[in-house]
Design a protein around this ligand. Structure first.
Ligand code: AMP
Length: 605
């Protein structure tokens, strides 16, 4: 890795960025800075937001500005007011030690007169949103003839927002010999068109792979019935007590509705969308930035330009219509070297979309299991205990009061006090979850026609019939499907061996049902995801293992049709190889849909 000095960054700029805590260049900076300072030609950089692209173009452009010439020399176009202010602010910080260098942000929603005044006084760098710049061009208050550098930042977003014509018009006003830099998180066809039209043999730089999401982001989807989406959202929020995230909704109305419900239900949430005034949006964003709000419910457009590096999660409350939006949303977490999770709450019909996204971002989604009430309460409890352990006690303030507090609680044992403290915080959650029904994971059966490892519908139905259908899991257990069965020489003992081989920690194994071509086994709900993650996509004898939640596969037993489970073998609860007595009696009989990959016959023994 090179230093900023080795990349050619001037001492006065280095001094400023060192004060900002930039010790080493980020990858996009390592690529772009020496290129712009040296050879100079157009550049297309495919870089996600949060990769350090502002400094990548900002530092060399600042270094190239002739401060003695009091005319605009660099034009930076970006999609939103927030991003505009952020870029202008960053450039001002970087140029702290360059005398007489002036940067002007030009954006809609603020006084055009004061922007005109600043332009008249003279600026060298204009950072603009396209709409307001066109306005200024039409008023003949800005002249772009002296522009040498044009940067299109978040180009894909600008096109999504309908700025194509404005960009065309602006670019027709800048000299042909300018250097143009285009930064985009994705590379849709429309961007390729712009690059062909306006750029000359551009150098293409890709940070990460094309259209690939950040590698620090885990992608998880939860499949629920549409009616359960909000309940699922609450459970996810409850399961991550320290969540700091954006919940993306499709419309302003839905955004407001979800935010209202969350606030009513006691969550630290607020909304951000286009029906709010600029002042209201600024206020909400500021509260979110300083962590006064934990969950920001937002539309894609309103959330653009909100620069927060430390999001733990983004939640797609339904998938967006286009994959680019998904990439943008998920790129908001896992930034600046941190890890993050992009959660999607989807219904069965959206399963196909998940597959398309997986192909584009070149990553596989994990299927999450909606946390059970019990698991949530446990997680919250340990979070509370953790907070109690770590809380900073203000000795000075509290010391006067403590003796009387001790006296008052003198009659209670330590265990009683702990119990009461916990109950104070927990009663709401425990009350809620003790009465709440578990959320059913809908079946996605027959929706995987594109996956060759799943048998055709007729075969599946036949298999299901011969199997007599799968039952529901015992209370507290999840029923999992695995794509190996008797045909693969699997029996309960070898299946347990397989689980032992791939799951690193001890997991108690419940009922096992071996079918002809596939099998079911039960594990405690809290371990189900771990087992799925550890086993899925593992290979055994050249065969790829697939483990998923079986239909109707978690929680309390339900259903009315009793069955004799004729085809099953091994029906007792096992503790990793130890047989224990079973108290389970099958009740539900809805068949599972899963089959096996045909053709090969691996052996498990
Ligand atoms: P950007 O993609 O330009 O929005 O940058 C993302 C974040 O990384 C911002 O908070 C920058 O201040 C920060 N940043 C950019 N370059 C560096 C660097 N070389 N070292 C540390 N932080 C950086």
């Amino acid at each position: 890795m090179k230093t900023f000095e080795e990349l050619g960054v001037a001492a006065n700029i280095r001094k400023a960025i060192e004060e900002m805590g930039y010790e080493n260049p980020m990858p996009v900076q390592e690529e772009v800075i020496p290129y712009l300072l040296g050879e100079i030609s157009d550049i297309i950089a495919l870089a996600q937001t949060g990769t350090g692209k502002t400094a990548a173009f900002g530092l060399p452009v600042l270094q190239k500005i002739e401060v003695k010439e009091n005319v605009p020399q660099a034009l930076i176009l970006c999609p939103t007011r927030e991003l505009c202010l952020q870029i202008a602010g960053d450039l001002a910080d970087y140029s702290k030690y360059i005398d007489n260098l002036r940067v002007l942000p030009v954006y809609g929603g603020s006084s055009i007169e004061s922007q005109i005044k600043s332009l008249k006084r003279g600026v060298q760098i204009i950072v603009a949103t396209p709409g307001r710049l066109i306005d200024l061009i039409n008023r003949k208050t800005v002249d772009l003839k002296s522009i040498k550098y044009v940067v299109l930042d978040e180009a894909d977003e600008m096109l999504n927002m309908g700025f194509t014509e404005s960009i065309d018009e602006i670019l027709s006003k800048v000299p042909d010999e300018r250097i143009m830099l285009l930064f985009s998180a994705t590379m849709p066809k429309e961007i390729a068109k712009i690059t062909r039209k306006y750029m000359q043999s551009p150098k293409e730089i890709t940070i990460g792979r094309k259209n690939e999401g950040s590698s620090n982001v885990k992608h998880v989807y939860y499949m629920v019935h549409a009616k359960d989406k909000y309940l699922a959202l609450k459970r996810i929020a409850d399961y991550y007590p320290n969540i700091y995230g954006i919940i993306f909704c499709r419309t302003r109305r839905e955004t407001q509705e979800i935010a209202d419900k969350l606030i009513q239900d006691g969550y630290n949430a607020d909304s951000l969308h286009g029906d709010l005034s600029q002042a209201q949006r600024d206020y909400v964003m500021q509260k979110f930035r300083i962590h006064n709000i934990q969950l920001l419910v937002a539309t894609d457009v309103a959330a653009r330009g909100l620069d927060v590096d430390s999001l733990t999660h983004i939640i797609n409350y339904g998938l967006p219509d286009d994959i680019e939006s998904y990439t943008h949303r998920s790129g908001r977490t896992g930034r600046a070297g941190k890890t993050g999770t992009s959660i999607s709450i989807v219904h069965v019909k959206e399963k196909g979309k998940i597959k398309s996204i997986e192909k584009i971002i070149n990553k596989t989604f994990e299927q999450g299991i909606i946390p059970s009430g019990e698991a949530i309460c446990e997680k919250q409890l340990f979070n509370l205990v953790d907070r109690i352990e770590k809380v900073k006690v203000n000795e000075d303030e509290i010391s006067n009061l403590l003796p009387s507090v001790y006296r008052k609680l003198d009659w209670l044992e330590k265990e009683d006090i702990i119990k009461r403290v916990v109950a104070l915080e927990f009663n709401r959650l425990i009350d809620y979850y003790s009465n709440a029904d578990e959320i059913e994971t809908p079946s996605d059966r027959f929706s995987r026609s594109d996956d060759k490892s799943f048998p055709r519908r007729k075969d599946r139905e036949r298999a299901d019939r011969s199997a007599g259908g799968a039952r529901s899991a015992e209370r507290g257990y999840s029923r999992l499907f695995i794509n190996v069965g008797r045909t693969d020489n699997v029996n309960p003992a070898s299946l347990m061996g397989l689980i032992n081989d791939f799951v690193p920690e001890k997991v108690s194994i419940g009922r096992i049902d071996i079918m002809q071509n596939f099998s079911f086994f039960e594990v405690p709900e809290r371990d189900a995801q771990k087992v799925i993650n550890s086993m899925s996509r593992q290979e055994q004898n050249g065969r790829r293992i697939s483990v998923e939640v079986a239909q109707g596969g978690s929680g309390e037993r339900s259903g009315t049709r009793n069955h004799d489970w004729g085809n099953s073998s091994g029906s007792s609860r096992f503790e990793r190889g130890q047989k224990r007595s079973s108290d389970s009696k099958p009740k539900s009989s809805r068949p599972s849909d899963k089959g096996h990959r045909k053709g090969r016959k691996p052996k498990f023994s």
